[in-house]
Design a protein. Structure first.
Length: 83
């Protein structure tokens, strides 16, 4: 598990989410379950539609979304606001 430094949460797990989840609310929260990672990469419902239309995450679907880095604490807040 890699860690990053967050001005709000200090040293915390490095996580990745779509840009919409960072400041969104009630946008849906999608991810693939990963037993070894309690905070797997996540994306909103609109990005899920893009993923589904392109048969999964690939070069084309990733061009249509913007993935950003969050600390574990910010990830938990984004998950709570969007589930």
């Amino acid at each position: 598990m890699k860690t990053i430094e967050c001005s709000e949460h200090g040293a915390s797990q490095e996580t990745f989410v779509c840009q919409h989840l960072v400041h969104g609310r009630d946008l849906g929260f999608h991810f693939f379950s990963d037993p070894g990672n309690s905070r797997p990469d996540a994306w909103c419902s609109n990005c899920e539609k893009i993923r589904a239309e392109h048969d999964g995450w690939n070069e084309e679907s990733e061009k249509l979304t913007k993935i950003v880095l969050l600390c574990g604490g910010c990830y938990d807040r984004a998950k709570q606001l969007n589930e």
